[in-house]
Design a protein around this ligand. Structure first.
Ligand SMILES: C[S@@+](CC[C@H](N)C(=O)[O-])C[C@H]1O[C@@H](n2cnc3c(N)ncnc32)[C@H](O)[C@@H]1O
Length: 251
């Protein structure tokens, strides 16, 4: 087990800790969850707090940090929507970052990882598992409020469209999006960097963002996008499409 004195708090986020290592620093997150460790990750003590290793090979958000991404992490108290939660590895870290007053609404469509996601949610009370297809946000409109941010990691060819549709339903004005884009899911024969650039261009009318961050060598052919919804043109609030169940198509 690493020596606790080696952990340092960061000024990125109150729950994010860093530990200098021989090759590169590792990131650790103070956890809301209880022992034993989940997902086979390392847990440790840092100055009286319990922290979990935020492994860049297991989480694309951790990989973005390891690759030098300098954007804002989800903040304490924020509600976030998570598309493609799988068994909850990264979703549980998001739950740690938003803390006990925040919420992570975690959408997963496959039954097998969803079972494990439920087990994780029993230990992270601010993690709300939702068994649904992210292509059909109307089916979970009654469970998800307007959110401060949307995290997307669904590895689908139409992931940008899926994100846009969910943003129309749930994302607050000036809300944020963190998107792990799997370039090879979109179209073979085009370089991953070009895919990422096209995704940013496709969303540019509504979202402002910096340069996509490559996630290799941790996740091959993946890029990380950090976007913020731009203010609606002409000022005022963007109309949010939140039909109630059975009220027909939002289109
Ligand atoms: C790469 S894995 C996600 C890993 C996870 N984000 C993490 O870091 O722990 C992609 C997940 O997206 C889910 N998925 C794919 N298409 C989906 C859809 N249309 N709606 C909801 N989940 C979807 C898959 O079942 C899979 O569990």
């Amino acid at each position: 087990m690493p020596r606790p004195s080696l952990f340092r708090p960061t000024d990125r986020h109150p729950a994010l800790w860093v530990r200098p290592e021989e090759r590169y620093p590792t990131f650790w997150v103070e956890t809301l969850g209880s022992l034993p460790p989940t997902h086979g990750e390392r847990w440790s003590a840092a100055r009286g707090r319990t922290v979990r290793h935020f492994d860049p090979y297991r989480s694309k958000l951790a990989a973005a940090l390891a690759r030098g991404w300098e954007g804002d992490l989800p903040s304490a108290g924020e509600p976030w929507l998570y598309l493609g939660a799988a068994s909850g590895t990264t979703a549980s870290f998001l739950a740690d970052l938003v803390g006990s007053k925040g919420r992570v609404y975690a959408v997963e469509k496959s039954l097998r990882p969803f079972g494990r996601l439920i087990a994780v949610a029993e230990r992270w009370p601010n993690l709300v598992p939702i068994l649904a297809d992210a292509r059909r946000p109307r089916e979970y409109v009654d469970w998800v409020p307007n959110v401060s941010g949307i995290y997307v990691d669904i590895s689908q060819p139409d992931q940008v469209e899926i994100f846009r549709e969910n943003a129309n339903y749930f994302l607050a004005d000036r809300g944020r999006a963190l998107i792990a884009l799997k370039a090879s899911s979109i179209e073979r024969g085009i370089a991953p960097a070009e895919h990422a650039r096209r995704a940013v261009d496709a969303l540019a009318a509504e979202f402002l963002g910096g340069s996509p961050v490559p996630l290799a060598p941790f996740h091959r052919a993946h890029y990380f996008l950090d976007l913020r919804r731009s203010p609606p043109s002409g000022g005022g609030r963007r109309p949010v499409r939140r039909p109630t169940r059975g009220s027909g198509s939002p289109e």
